[in-house]
Design a protein around this ligand. Structure first.
Ligand code: SF4
Ligand code: SF4
Length: 707
């Protein structure tokens, strides 16, 4: 397939990069969300440990969903609730239209009802003559301008106060000032009669509790309470995945949701509803009704699909949106269908179809950060890789993706033909041709290839370790093999100096590009191959040490997942270490410290690559540098440098251009940091940071040769 499938994406990425007003507002909001979450986690007993409980609880409840849903329905009915289990979006719409028609409804007020966005309920109701009004501020603004949510929790985050003032002035028919008190006053005045006159109040639910039949709504504005209690009829529309078994599990979600979303503990209002209170009946009012629509709309298929089931663990906190690097630039209208952001790709595939998800899935650069922050630890990167895979099987694969998935072969060829290949990479017109045909950005300065490769050198290496205290397989991956073999040899020397016997058995590049571009067959094939080659060494007592963070991540995290948690893959994962984590371990176990304080007086800014975060966040390398006298400061924005593995090597909006835009905030931090150099273990982040900052970037081992 050529690159032409995404004209909309290309256009919108270009627009977002040219006009940063929306993305600046979004990035500020995302940062606020991350910072407040981090601060709250520091004060929470157990910190982020609640994520394990959330994952366990959601996994158990989704596994047991048919039974829990039955129990929930029975208990809700006992409390006088009319329950309807809707199979499809069409069923939900029909039920609501019938309800409105039977009762001659003219006014309906909504609050906290994202599921109604999922089924696009508003328009059919409006077409049937019902005045539908969103009452939560963000949703109201979005409704007034007929847009979709930009962010799951902050749907109108891209509208600044002056924009909102203009929108209110136009809709409300009188001048509204852009200061916050004026905006709040205007919205209160506008909504008051809507609350009072709504005949149906419609809400969603954050949680349904099977053991009581109750629903829970968490809000900050309190509109959920008003909407559900003033009118005679309350309709709650919730997805079946919101059902948990017990009150204790509900309380866990009430903690996890706001902490993850914005660091709150808990939301201002937590409203429980157990059926309908007969308030005011007998005074000329109609009997009060409570309807609960439990919606499937693709959820059963997601549950039955082992690759997609985890999406149902989502508690809609929006935290994944606060960390996703490309979403931060392009926003939820581009990075989303109705559900935006990382979870939006998974949920769009589940409820709106693979085709729609495939239209924006290439925006995922597989950094893995969404999984790291998700309270339910949903492996969205893996799920998105599967979506890309299915999409490619149906619609073909882009040329640039084929090229990037062959990067290891190209590097091998480059090393074999090193002087020639390096000279060719410097010829501008040739790079332009390569950009046109291979979609490899002509503006990226690529690391030169080197011959002989690490593998060839290691074959001639004679170890002087006669009585090893440890044994390790070195996992070399692409860069240290074909671009910088001396880096690989430096790793060997460091390990051997600490009494470690080093083996380099047959191995392939780790294969993360197959995951990033969604070729899951080749990803599994590579995982199988490497596990089969390395597992016998692990069985003989070897540890496995990775030089490249993403490759180490593959061995530790991706291979077990790809190979269904097979024993050998698990065992390999358990015995895999990052190079510096392992060197520190050996230094501590052998008591052999650094030979000298070579780096005293030097100050470095450390960049932790995204895949390194679950591997110890670069603490091993920073400690290793500090033990050699260096001053090291971790410099980060809380998200990605933008390179996304090979993503930033590609040309155009879905490559170099977007990658550079993502990296800008981090580049600025490094530029003002007063450091001698940048240090990172990732070979691709190195390219990005050198280009974006103009500062020299080193691998920690290379600092030992600094003059
Ligand atoms: S893996 Fe990274 S780029 Fe992809 S959706 Fe998650 S946060 Fe966004
Ligand atoms: S996927 Fe995880 S982080 Fe994203 S909204 Fe759902 S629960 Fe929150």
């Amino acid at each position: 397939m050529n690159e032409g499938r995404y004209p909309r994406l290309y256009k919108e990425i270009n627009e977002a990069i040219e006009d940063r007003s929306k993305s600046n507002a979004l990035l500020r909001c995302m940062k606020r969300g991350r910072d407040t979450r981090a601060r709250t986690l520091e004060t929470l007993p157990g910190g982020a440990a609640f994520r394990d409980e959330v994952k366990r609880s959601k996994a158990r409840c989704i596994e047991d969903l048919p039974r829990l849903q039955k129990k929930f329905v029975e208990n809700a009915r006992k409390r006088g609730v009319t329950v309807y289990e809707a199979k499809t979006a069409g069923d939900v719409i029909r039920y609501c239209l019938d309800l409105a028609k039977e009762r001659g409804i003219k006014a309906l007020a909504k609050s906290k009802s994202l599921t109604t966005e999922e089924v696009e309920l508003n328009q059919p109701l409006i077409d049937a003559g019902v005045d539908v009004v969103e009452t939560d501020l963000g949703e109201l603004i979005i409704q007034m301008v007929d847009e979709k949510p930009y962010h799951l929790v902050f749907p109108s985050v891209h509208k600044m106060a002056p924009d909102v003032a203009k929108i209110f002035t136009k809709t409300m028919g009188e001048k509204v000032g852009s200061d916050i008190p004026s905006l709040m006053k205007a919205v209160q005045k506008y909504l008051r009669p809507i609350f009072l006159n709504a005949e149906i109040g419609m809400t969603g639910a954050n949680i349904g509790v099977a053991e009581t039949g109750a629903i829970c709504i968490e809000t900050n504005e309190g509109n959920g309470r008003l909407v559900s209690s003033i009118g005679d009829c309350h309709v709650c529309i919730m997805g079946s995945e919101k059902i948990v078994d017990t009150i204790e599990e509900a309380m866990l979600m009430i903690l996890a949701h706001p902490v993850s979303a914005s660091g709150q503990l808990p939301t201002t209002y937590v409203t429980w509803m157990h059926g309908r209170n007969p308030l005011g009946e007998g005074e000329g009012r109609k009997p009060r009704e409570s309807h609960l629509i439990i919606m499937d709309n693709g959820r059963s298929e997601m549950r039955d699909d082992p690759e997609m089931r985890e999406a149902l663990y989502c508690i809609r906190c929006g935290a994944c949106m606060n960390v996703c690097p490309t979403y931060g630039i392009v926003g939820g209208h581009t990075f989303g269908h109705i559900y935006p952001g990382p979870m939006g790709i998974c949920w769009t595939a589940g409820v709106h179809g693979l085709e729609k998800a495939g239209d924006f899935a290439p925006l995922c650069i597989s950094c893995g950060l969404c999984k790291e922050i998700c309270p339910a630890q949903i492996d969205m990167p893996h799920m998105i890789a599967e979506i890309k895979h299915r999409d490619a099987q149906k619609n073909g694969r882009r040329t640039s993706h084929h090229v990037m998935m062959s990067a290891d072969k190209a590097a091998q060829l480059g090393s074999l033909t090193a002087p020639l290949a390096n000279a060719a990479l410097k010829i501008g017109p040739l790079r332009k041709v390569m950009e046109k045909t291979l979609h490899l950005s002509a503006d990226r300065e690529l690391p030169p290839f080197t011959a002989p490769s690490f593998n060839q050198r290691f074959r001639h290496h004679r170890s002087e370790v006669t009585q090893p205290t440890h044994k390790a397989v070195l996992f070399v991956d692409v860069y240290a093999n074909f671009n910088d073999p001396e880096l690989g040899m430096a790793a060997v020397r460091q390990l051997e100096a600490l009494g470690c016997k080093v083996a380099v058995p047959e191995q392939r590049a780790a294969g993360y590009p197959f995951i990033a571009y969604g070729d899951m067959d080749r990803a599994r094939g590579t995982a199988n191959y490497n596990v089969s080659k390395l597992a016998p060494f692990v069985a003989q007592g070897y540890d496995v040490v990775g030089i490249e963070p993403t490759a180490t991540y593959c061995l530790k995290e991706s291979y077990p997942k790809l190979l269904n948690n097979g024993a050998k893959a698990r065992d390999l994962s358990d015995h895999t270490y990052e190079l510096f984590e392992y060197l520190i371990k050996l230094e501590d176990e052998t008591g052999k410290g650094p030979a000298s304080n070579l780096l005293t007086g030097r100050k470095f800014g450390f960049h932790c690559s995204c895949h390194q975060r679950p591997l110890g966040s670069g603490n091993g390398a920073m400690e290793w540098l500090r033990r050699r006298g260096a001053e090291v400061e971790l410099i980060e924005t809380g998200t990605c440098c933008g390179m996304g593995g090979t993503f930033g090597l590609k040309s155009g909006p879905l490559g170099h251009k977007l990658s550079a835009a993502v990296g800008e905030p981090l580049f600025e931090l490094f530029k003002v940091a007063e450091i001698d150099a940048i240090v990172t273990e990732s070979s691709v982040c190195k390219i990005q940071l050198a280009e974006g900052t103009g500062i020299e970037v080193f691998h920690p081992l290379k600092l030992l040769t600094l003059k």
